[in-house]
Write a protein that binds this ligand. Structure first.
Ligand SMILES: [Zn+2]
Length: 422
């Protein structure tokens, strides 16, 4: 911990952010997870970057299972492509645009339907052997928000996973769409926070079918309507009814924050941008889907939902470190017990459990425990008084479940066998 770059704000009012802030946003700034740079723009500090990397790994695995290949498109998309799909004028107010030295205009991309179609088109035409094709990227996206607020909830730069799928016909594209929805379910189940899949608004992206993924949260900007007895859920903006169309129950209203969005696009982009495939010597536009996941939003909302007013809580799979070991204070009676650090580390290392040592031994155990709790490490092991007994034991705190056990090394070995971290 002594080596981690973690600039902390001492006062809550000291966040250095002039926009509207929420609990999660405040905690992330206070404990050095993020740092505001410009209005609606944030630096991810080392602890925050570890969280993002864990989320990226989780998403990468699911995308690989889906047969999707990872790419990286340039941040800048030529404005001329957005003019071909008529999205430039309708979105102009929220687009960051820049000109190069030759006066050619570009957009700092908020989304990549045009860019990916142009990439496909520039390769000629796709052979049916290559289809279905699934390409995704994880990168920063930009939107010049009128009113940035609530940190990563409505920031001007955000991190998104965007997947684009290409099929020969609508049936196949629908099959792909369902597969992606399944992989989204897998991702959200692993994060472990209850999520809602609702019938979504196709909005400015367009297409035939759309679903949104939400976390229920008061800081959200959407209202979703849900049937209390069947699975029917819909975004209020497209609902023309207050009752469930299936079982006629009155729909319940929840404030929610969007974390993912899926679209069955059909040929809306592939046709004007000539992303084609060849079948029996005939050129046809590929049938597309696009699928977004707001990674920076997911990180912020998990904190918003799980944390207390003063302490961050993480889903175990996203915590910056899973375990924090707190050794005795320098010069204390227990100082000699520091020798157990090695044995404890070994137990955790052989299970690939990422662990941080709070080596700031000029601080008391109590002070470091308070800090470790506030940062939300899911497990904290304290080498305290009990470590000087003939059979040494250690306090093992399961922070998310508020359970503390006093365990010997052998018991700790056993304890971590029974927890599923992968
Ligand atoms: Zn119903």
């Amino acid at each position: 911990m002594s080596k981690i770059f973690q600039p902390m704000a001492t006062e809550l009012s000291d966040t250095g952010d002039k926009t509207e802030i929420s609990r999660s946003h405040k905690l992330m700034i206070k404990y050095g997870i993020i740092k505001p740079c410009n209005v609606g723009m944030y630096a991810l500090l080392p602890l925050g970057m570890r969280v993002l990397n864990k989320l990226i790994n989780l998403v990468d695995k699911e995308m690989t299972n889906l047969g999707a290949e990872k790419i990286l498109l340039p941040a800048l998309t030529s404005t001329s492509l957005w003019k071909k799909t008529n999205r430039y004028d309708s979105n102009k107010n929220e687009l960051f645009t820049i000109k190069d030295r030759h006066e050619k205009e570009y957009i700092l991309s908020p989304t990549y339907e045009e860019a990916i179609c142009d990439l496909i088109s520039s390769t000629g035409s796709l052979s049916t052997k290559l289809l279905p094709l699934r390409l995704y990227q994880i990168s920063s996206k930009w939107r010049d928000e009128m009113k940035p607020r609530l940190g990563f909830l409505r920031s001007r730069e955000f991190i998104m996973k965007d997947l684009y799928t290409f099929d020969t016909n609508l049936d196949n594209a629908q099959y792909t769409y369902d597969l992606v929805c399944e992989s989204y379910n897998n991702i959200f189940k692993q994060i472990g926070i209850k999520y809602e899949k609702v019938i979504g608004d196709v909005g400015t992206i367009g297409g035939l079918i759309s679903h949104e993924y939400h976390y229920i949260s008061n800081i959200g900007e959407d209202v979703i309507l849900q049937c209390p007895s069947c699975y029917f859920s819909i975004n209020q903006t497209i609902s023309k009814t207050t009752n469930c169309p299936q079982c006629k129950n009155e729909l319940q209203r929840h404030i929610a924050a969007e974390i993912g969005h899926t679209f069955l696009l059909n040929i809306k982009y592939s046709q004007p941008l000539k992303a084609m495939y060849v079948e029996q010597n005939e050129l046809k536009p590929v049938v597309m889907g696009c699928f977004g996941l707001g990674l920076s939003r997911i990180i912020m909302l998990t904190i918003e939902i799980l944390s207390t007013i003063n302490e961050i809580r993480w889903p175990v799979k996203l915590a910056p470190y899973t375990v924090c070991i707190i050794p005795p204070k320098a010069g204390s009676k227990e100082e000699n017990s520091s020798k157990y650090i090695e044995q404890l580390s070994e137990i955790l290392c052989k299970r690939d459990i990422d662990t941080v040592l709070d080596d700031r031994t000029h601080l008391t155990i109590g002070k470091r425990f308070v800090l470790a709790r506030a940062l939300g490490f899911p497990y904290i092991i304290i080498i305290g008084k009990a470590s000087t007994r003939s059979i040494p034991s250690f306090e093992v705190h399961d922070i998310n479940n508020s359970v503390t056990n006093e365990l010997s090394l052998e018991q700790i070995n056993h304890y971590f066998d029974n927890i599923n971290f992968k």
